[in-house]
Design a protein around this ligand. Sequence first.
Ligand SMILES: [Zn+2]
Length: 309
Amino acid sequence: MTIKGPIDPSRLGMSLIHEHFLVDFIGADKIGTSNWNLDEVTEKVMPYLAEIKKLGVKSVFECTPDFLGRDIALLKILAQKSGLNIVTNTGYYGAVNNKYLPKWAFTYTAEQLADRWIREFEEGIDSSNVRPGFIKTGVDAGKTLSGLHRKLLQAAALTHLKTGLTICSHTGLASAAFEEIEILQSMGVHPQAFVWVHAQGENNKALHTKAARMGTWVSLDGIGWGGFENYADSIDLMKANGVLNRLLISHDAGWYKPGEPNGGDFKGYTNIFKELMPLLKKRGFTETDFEQILVKNPAEAFTVRVRAA
Ligand SMILES: [Zn+2]
C-alpha cells in the first residue's frame, strides 16, 4: 500500500524498508506541520531521493510515525516528484519514555487505539486519500515491557488482524522482541507479521536466527550510521544459518530537522550500495542474495495480508 494507492508486491522492486525524510523530536504536545515549510523540506530531501533512484531503488518505506513528523502532504509531494513508491504507516511510538504518544494513548484501551489505526487504513489518514502500508510502533526495552507498551502491541495485533498490515516495532534488544512476539502470538498473530526493528541493537547474533526461525522479520536497519563489518558479520551468520529469507536491511537515515538552519545535516541513503555490498561481495554474496534481501524479502514482508498464529 503506497502513498498513491495499492500496487502489486512484485512492483515494489528494490526497497529501502526503514528511512526518514523528516523527523521532529519536539514531543507529541508541541508537534505540528506548521513547524516546517513544505517547499524547503522538499528541496532538501529531493536530491537524496534522486540519488537512490539512480542506484535502482524503486520503493522507500518512510518510518516516521504520527507525532514524530509524519506529514502526508510532504509524502504526497515527494512521491509525485521522485517517482518512487513511498509507503507510510499508522500506529504510535512508545519508545523514549512515551514522549511521542498523544495524551489519549495513556487512557484508551487497546481496542480504542486499534479503532483509530484501522480507520486510517479504511478511510485514509487525516481525511486524505492516503492509506498506511504498515503499522509502526515502538517500545522501551527495559527488564520487561511496561503495561502501556504491551497495550501498544495489543493494539497493533488487533489492527493487523483487521487490516493485514505488517507490524514494525522499534525494539532493539532481543528480550523485548521476544516479549512482543509472545504478546502477538497470544492475540493470534503469527511472527511472520512482525518486524523486529533495530535488531542490530542485540549483540547476541544467534538470537537473530532464533527469531528468524520463528518467522520473524529481522531488521538490521542502522546502516546509515556505520559499523559495516558488524552488519556484514550479522548478515553472514544469517546466511550460514539458512535464514537470509527473513532478513531486512535499511539505513534509518535522513532527515530534515525542523528548528535547525535549512533542516541541519542530512544523511543520504547510499551506504548499503557503497559500503556494505562491497564487503558482502568479498564474503561471497551474489546478486541472487542481494535480490533476496532487497527485493524479495521486502515484497514478502510488506504484502498486506493477515498472518494468523
Ligand atoms: Zn527510524
